[in-house]
Design a protein around this ligand. Structure first.
Ligand code: 5AD
Ligand code: SF4
Length: 444
């Protein structure tokens, strides 16, 4: 062993994740690197020798939560000399500044630098270390190393970064420009997941519709068709789709490739064309609605979800009403809604924000109340139906109840006489809430 090196085999590690599915998959990959090096995964930061915090910068609130979590880690560190690494979007944005401001942090790594983790930890760097460089190509972490949370449904990253520069969004600064993963590596990973018994895959990227194989130029539709050939995988989903890059060709592939779920997360952000323009989204309300119509004509059973930002700078009451009316018009099965939050480096944060915090809050509540009403109506209409559900575990609240999702990605909680975790089950829907459906497994 080199001087200063330590043996990872006796070390426990803990990875705490903030943020999106992409971060969750990155954490699974980081945990894979550490466990391959011999480390033992732990559920408690207090007991761990190595603590990795994977961070999110997309909204102010995520950053605030991070700083309060880091405060707790600073207290542990007084009792136990753990190695603390901060990785992900906040790490990329602030780099070595974080080491100066939070002296209990040992290293900082941006999203393109995770391959360095085991080396840093092995060599027991006495000096603090920040690495936030970008590489030209997609940075492959061998997929065999991924330490997945689920053994039923798996995330598969297909591209990283974003070239869109929506005026409110910090992601292009935190994740860099778009880089696509070679299709051959993606397909190999999907095949190995199928071999391990996974039933569902979720393809991940900030802008999956603009995927292009760096080796052959094959596009996202071709990737979906190839993934569809994988024996053993039964459901394929993907996230996130940008409406401007969502083509008729992709819609047709969704219809034709039988494993691709009839479910789409298509973030609209606002129902007002003038706000969309100021957001630099690259489509109008009408163009967005036209895509929804095309998709519904092709797949009448398709379920949609979206993201909404309430109180974008300068959003007038009339513009806000257009967001409410697009919710009524599309009737999404689910939405993720946020109060506008100014982010450094973005174009929007340089504009004068004339909408008060209270007004933003009011608009957000109005969006959420309307959507709750719509979801109750949609879910009510499913009473008496039998839905195919992929059971992923037991309900957190009631351990005798099983839980999973239907093709539309809605949460379904149900009773079953048999243990059905990891199986597809037909569930007879008997009751509902705004955010979930409830029923009983049909005898098989
Ligand atoms: N303020 C509020 N919401 C934001 N999002 C991204 N940036 C901001 C911001 N500055 C939301 C968008 C995006 C989702 C991931 O987060 O709705 O689709
Ligand atoms: Fe952010 Fe827009 Fe890129 Fe999505 S498409 S990550 S909202 S810049």
């Amino acid at each position: 062993m080199e001087k200063g090196a330590r043996n990872l085999k006796s070390l426990k590690f803990y990875v705490h994740t903030f943020g999106c599915q992409m971060n969750k998959n990155d954490s699974e990959r980081i945990a894979g690197i550490l466990s391959t090096a011999g480390g033992k995964i732990s559920n408690s930061p207090e007991e761990s020798d190595i603590i990795i915090v994977n961070t999110c910068a997309v909204r102010e609130k995520a950053e605030e939560k991070l700083y309060s979590y880091l405060g707790r880690l600073a207290t542990f560190k007084k009792k136990k000399k753990s190695t603390i690494g901060v990785v992900g979007c906040v790490a990329q944005l602030y780099g070595s500044e974080l080491l100066e401001k939070k002296p209990f942090i040992d290293f900082v790594l941006g999203p393109d630098n995770y391959n360095q983790i085991s080396e840093i930890i092995h060599s027991n760097h006495e000096e603090k270390f920040a690495s936030t460089s970008w590489s030209q190509d997609y940075n492959e972490i061998p997929h065999e190393k991924t330490f997945r949370e689920s053994n039923i449904s798996a995330y598969v990253t297909i591209m990283e970064g974003c070239n869109n520069f929506c005026s409110y969004c910090i992601v292009p600064f935190a994740r860099g420009r778009e880089k696509c993963r070679p299709m051959q590596n993606i397909i190999e990973e999907i095949q190995s997941l199928a071999d391990k018994g996974y039933k569902e895959i979720q393809l991940l990227g900030q802008n999956v519709n603009s995927y292009k194989d760096p080796d052959t130029g094959k596009d996202f539709s071709i990737l979906l068709k190839e993934a569809n050939q994988t024996e053993g995988i039964e459901w394929i989903r993907f996230i996130t789709s940008h409406p401007k890059n969502f083509t008729k060709k992709i819609a047709t592939t969704m219809k034709e490739a039988e494993k691709v779920c009839h479910q789409l997360h298509l973030p609209v952000q606002s129902g007002s064309s003038s706000v969309l323009k100021r957001m630099n989204r690259g489509y109008t309300r009408e163009e967005y609605l036209e895509k929804i119509t095309i998709l519904r004509n092709l797949m009448p059973d398709i379920s949609f979800s979206t993201d909404i930002i309430a109180g974008f700078p300068g959003e007038t009451e009339e513009e806000f009403q257009e967001t409410l009316s697009i919710l009524e018009e599309v009737r999404f099965n689910n939405i993720f809604s946020f109060r506008y939050s100014p982010r450094p480096l973005t174009v929007a944060c340089q504009e004068k924000d004339t909408i008060s915090f209270e007004e933003k809050r009011r608009r957000l509540i109005e969006v959420q109340d309307l959507q709750k009403k719509i979801q109750l109506e949609l879910n009510k209409s499913l009473i008496g139906r039998d839905l195919k559900v992929l059971c992923t575990g037991k309900s957190k609240k009631a351990p005798h109840i099983y839980s999973g999702r239907n093709e539309g990605h809605q949460v379904v909680n149900f009773k079953s006489k048999n243990d059905v975790i990891g199986c597809f089950v037909d569930v007879h829907i008997a009751s509902y809430g705004p955010y979930s459906l409830h029923g009983e497994a049909i005898k098989q």
